[in-house]
Design a binder for this molecule. Sequence first.
Ligand code: UD1
Length: 428
Amino acid sequence: MSSYIIEGGRKLEGEIEVSGSKNASLPILAATILNKGNTKLYNVPNIHDTKITQEILKYLGCKIKKNSDKIEINTKKVTKKEIPEHLMRQMRSTVILAGAILGRFNEVTFSYPGGCDIGSRPIDLHLAAFKFQKPSFLNSFSKLGVNISEDSGFITCKCDKIIGTNIDLDFPSVGATENIILASVYADGTTKITNAAMEPEIVDLAKCLNKMGAKIEGAGTNVIKITGVKKLNDVSYSVMPDRIEAGTLLCAVAITGGNVKLKNVIPEHINQILAKLEQIGCEIEIEKRNIYLKAPKKLKAVDIKTMPYPGFPTDMQSVFGAMLTIAKGNSIIIENIFENRFRYVNELKRMGAKVSVEGKIAILKGVRRLSGTTVESTDLRGGAALVIAGLAAKGTTIVRKIEYILRGYEGLDKKLNKLGAKIVVKEE
Ligand code: UD1
């Protein structure tokens, strides 16, 4: 386990570029399995989660070539239809590969996925969508026609042919929406998802698949239609910028009272984040794919409620939480997506934050300043929150278990150092 050693109290200033999106890269890497040829991907961030996904692709039989920021994936020789348990456990998004393998071979075996402990994170919606139900006149909501069996923790999904159907999701799950899209690309007929997730990463996945020759309409709205096609073609595709990394970098600058030009952002993807940053007193200007932020001397309190997109993203909740510990006044955060996403709060309290948590509600009473101490990452975004807190704290903050942070942020320490932070990595 490694640590970041952060010398707090330095104002961040300058310009920095956002990397490619983790949450778009993962389903797009999975989508390459569907194209029985060559896919060139650009702007895939070099982080733990994309590396694990590529490890699984190689295990399945994909040939992968890397060249500066290009990844070329050839899936012609893929024959394996199962995902090994030790790789499956590395992160939750491995479950997305199931939809792609099922879509290509009409069969897949996998175990329950792992990932950050931020709540129970079941996969019932994914499985319910795949599940076999005999079509009947009364049952217009028959699912994709897949037989699902479970044996010693391994789930096998199998069918002769995936049949397009109507799927009404109980909750707009990002992963389940992506899995249904991936499983339906070669289906017989049309699959219609209602109450689909509307996240920009789903639009990016659909754009990449459509460029390959798939027929997906409505991505970005809550009704998505996938009409099965017979074959896909080779493509080059550049993954969208990471909106959560963009938000994290803006918060890092804001908590230090600094200013920044953030490059390679799609501003409309982070509308909610920008609105909250304005409410806490930051001045923001948008110029095409650049965002300029100038922070006030003292941040103001604000209330936050996480919601599915286009609401405020749960992935930004902890980072805002860290900022609000030193804002003027009291803030309330309501976490509506994951029940276990306040674990970072106990670490912030060690730094002097005044926060009380009751179920899905946190009440933050702004203090004048945090004090540096040793804290431990609890999950990916919780770890990033501790880094943000450390940037503004008095003295030195040691953030342990940065492996969590490395899952999802490409060179966070280097980017912040470029803006004037002083973060050193200590290997343990
Ligand atoms: C994705 C993102 C993650 C983000 C989350 C919500 C990726 C790789 N990860 O995760 O960063 O925090 O969206 O925006 O894109 N649920 C069920 N049953 C299911 C599936 C989900 O109950 O079968 C619940 C979850 O427990 C959670 C909620 O639905 O409470 C949202 O989960 P979901 O949208 O599926 O998130 P992920 O796709 O896991």
